[in-house]
Design a protein around this ligand. Structure first.
Ligand SMILES: Nc1nc2c(c(=O)[nH]1)N[C@H]1C(S)=C(S)[C@@H](COP(=O)(O)OP(=O)(O)OC[C@H]3O[C@@H](n4cnc5c(=O)[nH]c(N)nc54)[C@H](O)[C@@H]3O)O[C@H]1N2
Ligand SMILES: Nc1nc2c(c(=O)[nH]1)N[C@H]1C(S)=C(S)[C@@H](COP(=O)(O)OP(=O)(O)OC[C@H]3O[C@@H](n4cnc5c(=O)[nH]c(N)nc54)[C@H](O)[C@@H]3O)O[C@H]1N2
Ligand SMILES: [Mo]
Length: 687
């Protein structure tokens, strides 16, 4: 989403700078942007399909036709023998960053019609989407902080200084924060680590991981105690909320979180009395056992203080292509069916990825026997990845659409590599809709696609057609013609049509003339209730799902004095589990270490730099430990996305930076009510 100015010489990127004319990113660039050419030039990146010999493990390059046929035969073969459920699909994060995946990947998944669809959503933002669905009537109707005008920014479990924001696309967060402070605004951060964001905050509060729900509910309660909780006329359930939060006192929150009760009360009052204030919480709260309660309470803080749909508060975006209003992406749903083995609820037709391993390994009707992964690396990114690793090795067939032979795709029989970001047109369907300012930008391919290469949308098109052709019973002629027609329209053409359908006045012609992007202005207030997507245009303040889940929270025990729990972290120079083969991003001091407070090291007789063993209920890893006074005592941290160097991968990641995978320690049994994995706050021992 950051506008870049690239220097290209002889087909190679030799320079990347932030584009000062980009109306959203304003010249900002992060290390990943600087390194974008490394992916393009990486000799380890796949440029042609490869096939793995199951006996020798050797990979051979093959032609596209052969590769697509092999995948179609493999998948159709399994499905025809064992039924639709025998195919599992996993969609990873980069799908959302590719136009062709958004337009054609989703259509492929639909055409394959398996109940066993999984994605990175359930190790990430599922609670946000579920609460948006239940409260506002659409899974992507997400309130976005008006960072450019707020006077009080209350942050739980996010590190935008490293991440550039999430469900709040905010390029140049440092610059925007400086502006916030210059207008006497405040940023208050709750995080078990004194992060880059905490260090530049007005206030930072340590809290015990997973205890946010207690604090947030105590804050909501305080609004009622002080008599300032108000709800708009189009909201229902205020009395139910008041009753539900009544037991969650600041004193209880202090017991569970370690944050002083008076501080919790004061911050709730500061939020309520500021002119244009916003509460925001991200992956640090959504990946806890009470992620949905947290997102619910955060929405409540914004609604009940009058800050939803208000300048300086949280608002819904008005993108040039409105994926919400047009119904391009469905409203969502929850619990309409459950997973076969553990009975976990579906959300928006997907199952929690924490159930993937058992769905592959547990014999019986509906067992997954073939997998298709699309831009995903679940071996490193989902809980108990080590065991998923083993499970993938036992599949009858696996195919991947990916650009690397990595920890996950090394199990594939065939890998189909699409063109990369620089070789394909891009219009961002998702992140414009989540951005802190309304803008539109079309980025034509900067480099010609390599000879004999395929865009992802072409791969998805060919797979959809070839697989459905082989499925029995065969679909009718009309059906197949419809699919062919749908899949043959290029993503860029779709964007052209979708823009014309909207009322922003933005057209593809205008966008092509202004490659830096078109500014559509700041977030707009006063859009409610019209923008709500449920039938009666009301906000449901008290969805039964979370109200019922409060009992589970109440039943949790207060922490013991000697507990040690594990949390994750992101760095500016990391990109989830990939890009560790970019030398530009990995040179300098290694950053794979376990961070631990010096007192916790002392208590165990460990010294800074020692090789330690970290053990959880599910596994154990050996990693270097680094003393850090930025950690809350009792809390240790590992970055996610590390743990490279496994046999059979071809990544070019140096040994010194390979690290270990935090998800060899995270526990697929720890879940939020939504089914999202509780990756944060895992009980561990360190020796
Ligand atoms: N413990 C812990 N676990 C976490 C997290 C955490 O904070 N802590 N974070 C979670 C979050 S927020 C997320 S989003 C997930 C991410 O989980 P995943 O999406 O499973 O993992 P990524 O590391 O994003 O993997 C991206 C894959 O896409 C490939 N790829 C990159 N670019 C392209 C492309 O242009 N086309 C194609 N076809 N493939 C491409 C890469 O080679 C890689 O295999 O991880 C989650 N896991
Ligand atoms: N450079 C870079 N940027 C990225 C990514 C990347 O890998 N690298 N990944 C992208 C993706 S896919 C996503 S989803 C976003 C995520 O964006 P963010 O949510 O901003 O990402 P994190 O840095 O993981 O921040 C989570 C914070 O929660 C804290 N935390 C952990 N447990 C708890 C808890 O129980 N309570 C509270 N209050 N805090 C807790 C952690 O210490 C951490 O600081 O980032 C995106 N941006
Ligand atoms: Mo994510």
């Amino acid at each position: 989403m950051c506008g870049l100015l690239l220097t290209i010489e002889d087909g190679q990127v030799t320079g990347a700078r932030g584009n000062p004319d980009d109306p959203l990113s304003r010249g900002h660039i992060c290390p990943k942007g600087v390194a974008i050419g490394d992916i393009q030039a990486d000799p380890d990146r796949l440029r042609r399909p490869v096939r793995r010999d199951r006996t020798t493990g050797a990979w051979t390059e093959i032609g596209w036709d052969e590769a697509l046929d092999l995948v179609a035969d493999g998948i159709a073969g399994v499905v025809n023998a064992h039924g639709r459920s025998s195919l599992g699909i996993y969609l990873g994060n980069p799908n959302v960053h590719s136009l062709g995946s958004m337009t054609h990947g989703t259509a492929l998944v639909k055409a394959l019609h398996t109940p066993n669809t999984f994605s990175a959503t359930s190790v990430d933002q599922l609670p946000h989407q579920l609460m948006a669905h239940l409260m506002f009537g659409h899974q992507l109707l997400l309130p976005i902080p008006d960072i450019d005008r707020t006077s009080y920014f209350l942050v739980f479990g996010a590190n935008p200084m490293a991440s550039n924001g999430s469900l709040m696309t905010v390029p140049d967060f440092p610059g925007r924060l400086r502006e916030l402070k210059a207008r006497d605004g405040r940023m208050v951060v709750f995080d078990p680590r004194r992060t880059e964001t905490a260090k530049v905050a007005t206030e930072h509060h340590f809290l015990r991981p997973g205890s946010d729900a207690w604090i947030l509910l105590a804050m909501v309660r305080q609004l009622f105690v002080d008599g300032v909780a108000t709800a708009p006329s189009y909201a229902v359930g205020l009395a139910a909320v008041e009753a539900a939060v009544a037991p969650f006192t600041p004193a209880l929150a202090e017991q569970h979180s370690g944050v002083a009760a008076e501080e919790i009360v004061r911050i709730a009052r500061d939020l309520a009395s500021s002119d244009g204030a916003v509460a925001y919480g991200r992956i640090g709260v959504s990946t806890t056992e009470f992620g949905s309660i947290c997102q619910w309470a955060i929405n409540l803080l914004n609604v009940l203080t009058g800050n939803l749909d208000r300048t300086g508060g949280a608002m819904f975006t008005s993108p040039a292509i409105d994926i919400v209003g047009t119904g391009l992406i469905g409203r969502g749903g929850h619990g309409r069916r459950t997973s076969r083995v553990r009975g976990l609820p579906e959300t928006s037709s997907e199952l929690p990825v924490a159930a993937l391993r058992e769905e592959i390994e547990t014999p019986g009707d509906g067992q997954i026997r073939a997998m298709l992964t699309l831009s995903g690396n679940p071996v490193l990114s989902t809980p108990d990845g080590a065991r998923l690793d083993t499970a993938l090795a036992g599949l009858d067939f696996m195919a991947a659409v990916d650009i690397y032979i990595n920890e996950t795709t090394r199990h594939a029989d065939v890998i189909l590599p699409p063109t990369t970001a620089l070789e394909r047109d891009h219009y961002d369907l998702v992140f414009h809709a989540l951005a802190v300012r309304n803008t539109a930008r079309f980025t034509p391919a900067a480099l010609p696609a390599g000879k004999d290469s395929r865009h992802d949308w072409q791969i998805y098109r060919d797979l959809a057609l070839r697989i459905t052709d082989r499925l029995r019973p065969r679909r009718g002629i009309a059906d197949r013609a419809k699919l062919r027609a749908r899949m043959s329209i290029s993503p860029t053409r779709m964007i052209q049509v979708l823009l014309a359908r909207g009322d922003s006045g933005v057209t593809i012609t205008r966008l092509r003339k202004k490659p830096e992007g078109i500014d559509l202005g700041p977030l707009r207030p006063d859009q409610l209730p019209a923008r709500l997507r449920n039938r009666d245009r009301t906000i449901d303040l008290a969805p039964a799902l979370v109200i019922d889940d409060l009992a589970r929270l109440t039943a949790t025990a207060a922490p013991s004095a000697d507990e040690l729990v594990l949390i994750g972290r992101r760095h500016k120079q990391d990109c989830n589990s990939w890009m560790h083969n970019s030398e530009r991003l990995t040179k300098g001091r290694p950053r794979h270490q376990l961070l631990m407070h010096p007192d916790d090291l002392d208590a165990r007789g460990l010294s800074d730099g020692a090789l330690v063993t970290v053990t959880s209920r599910v596994g154990s890893v050996k990693v270097d430990v680094q003393a850090s006074a930025d950690m809350m005592p009792g809390v240790v941290s590992l970055p996610h996305g590390y743990g490279h160097g496994r046999e059979g991968t071809r990544l070019g990641v140096a040994d010194e930076v390979a690290g270990v995978s935090i998800n060899d320690l995270t526990d697929p049994e720890r879940l939020d009510v939504s089914g999202n994995a509780a990756l944060s706050g895992v009980p561990v021992t360190v020796s």
